[in-house]
Write a protein that binds this ligand. Structure first.
Ligand SMILES: Cc1ncc(COP(=O)(O)O)c(C=O)c1O
Length: 426
């Protein structure tokens, strides 16, 4: 029954029923943390063999004879770059294999642009006014980087086809707009995939700033839940066609393929971008962790093996995503108070509850033992002007735990709406 169609007495009865359900669930004393998109221990176990590939009886030499225990070779192991280059959609010469975190690389790239500028620019960003486009809802840690470095963040609505491109094209006419955060496949948190048209427009659009950069965080490039996954258009190829390949910085890591704390992160870009990246990286390090790169190269051996590993992850994750979406469908769809996308991959489900009720939903869930990602986190500065976006991260908990947690979340979302509609808050 749609809540907006209920008469006052019916609303009050529903409120009493839902409050009773909430009290019962709260009394169960659950304690679950669903605040971050961590892989579960069972997923980490899938890569256990990786730890043995550079073991007691194995040498530490790469295929080219590099002693991975020693300094140097900043661009990373060639065999590993060759395995991941097709996934990044570029030639291996355009790929740098780095340390364990793309977030770290993204921070470095923005920070380097602030200190030294990027090719095509008139001055370091730090000496100019800098505005950054932030598709919302989006990834909190992206916004954290641009906040920490002092950029003004301009929100752009995220549509099922990607950022609202009419708005983006309008905004990039301003020379102080220097960049945009993009999670093009299975966006965080909604799980949307940029359409071909969006990718083409991003690659081709006319920007007033010669030093405008697209931060293409393709974190979930291979994180498909189902066979025959949707294809993302290759942005680098599109940019090359219009001679704008310097515009695109690509980031990707194995954090959610092997180990979230011990994977390998990659940077890819045009020849000029890679040269520029390496010139700054060389100041920071004599070489990234090649022993871990060697482990990864030996563990996978081929690009195909990466996709095989992802099928195993999908077996673990798919039931969790389906449980979340089925429960939302059963519990919230009939009330007509919430919207969400059923993702085909990635790590999150973005739930948009009725405007003005997300914070209350979060608090109710917390009091009932379920910790969600902080409300507002999906917006710059942690402020969701609609108080509507809730990020569900189903990966870390077990299926039985997830079932309880999502049922509690649905009860909380309903209770928050009913309280608001009747102004009858405890
Ligand atoms: C979109 C996105 N980018 C980057 C990261 C972090 O990546 P890394 O582990 O490579 O730093 C995450 C983690 O949740 C993410 O969702």
């Amino acid at each position: 029954m749609k809540y907006c169609e209920l008469k006052r007495p019916e609303l009050e009865k529903e409120l009493a029923d839902v409050r009773k359900q909430y009290d019962e669930k709260k009394a169960a004393g659950l304690k679950l943390d669903m605040s971050r998109g961590r892989p579960s221990p069972v997923q980490s176990d899938l890569s256990e063999e990786l730890l043995k590939t550079v073991g007691e009886n194995e040498d530490c030499f790469s295929e080219e004879g590099i002693d991975c225990r020693n300094y140097g070779f900043l661009k990373g192991l060639t065999e590993l770059r060759k395995i991941f280059a097709p996934i990044l959609g570029v030639d291996f010469e355009q790929v740098v294999a780095c340390g364990n975190s793309t977030l770290n690389l993204m921070y470095d790239c923005v920070s380097d642009a602030y200190h030294y500028g990027v090719p095509g620019g008139k001055a370091p960003w730090g000496k100019q006014k800098v505005k950054f486009l932030c598709p919302v809802p989006g990834y909190d840690r992206h916004f954290g980087i641009t906040q920490a470095l002092g950029a003004e963040m301009i929100t752009v609505p995220m549509l099922p086809t990607g950022p609202d491109m009419d708005r983006v094209e309008e905004l990039v006419k301003d020379e102080s707009v220097k960049g945009i955060w993009c999670v093009p496949k299975y966006s965080n948190p909604d799980g949307f995939i940029y359409s071909d048209e969006t990718v083409k427009r991003l690659a081709n659009m006319k920007c007033a700033a010669g030093d405008f950069r697209i931060f293409w965080d393709n974190a979930y490039a291979v994180h498909d839940l189902y066979p025959d996954p949707p294809k993302l258009l290759n942005i680098m190829e599109e940019a090359r066609l219009s001679r704008k390949e310097d515009r695109v910085f690509i980031f990707f890591s194995t954090s959610k393929i092997t180990f979230a704390g011990g994977g390998v992160a990659f940077f890819a870009g045009s020849e000029a971008s890679v040269k520029n990246f390496l010139s700054h990286a060389a100041v920071r390090t004599i070489g990234y962790d090649k022993v871990n790169q060697l482990r990864h190269a030996r563990f996978f051996g081929s690009t195909e093996a990466v996709y095989e590993q992802m099928k195993k992850h999908a077996e673990i994750l798919r039931p969790k995503f389906e449980l979340v979406c089925d429960t939302l469908e059963r519990e919230l769809a009939p009330t007509g108070t919430a919207r969400w996308n059923r993702p085909l991959g990635g790590y999150f489900v973005g739930l948009n509850v009725k405007e003005g009720t997300a914070s209350r939903t979060y608090t109710l869930a917390k009091e009932a033992g379920v910790t969600l990602t902080k409300v507002g986190a999906t917006y710059p500065l942690g402020i969701d002007p609609f108080d509507s976006s809730i990020r569900i991260a189903p990966s870390a908990v077990t299926l039985p735990e997830l079932k309880q947690a999502i049922e509690i979340l649905c009860v909380c979302a309903k209770l928050a709406v009913l309280e608001k509609m009747t102004e009858n808050k405890i």
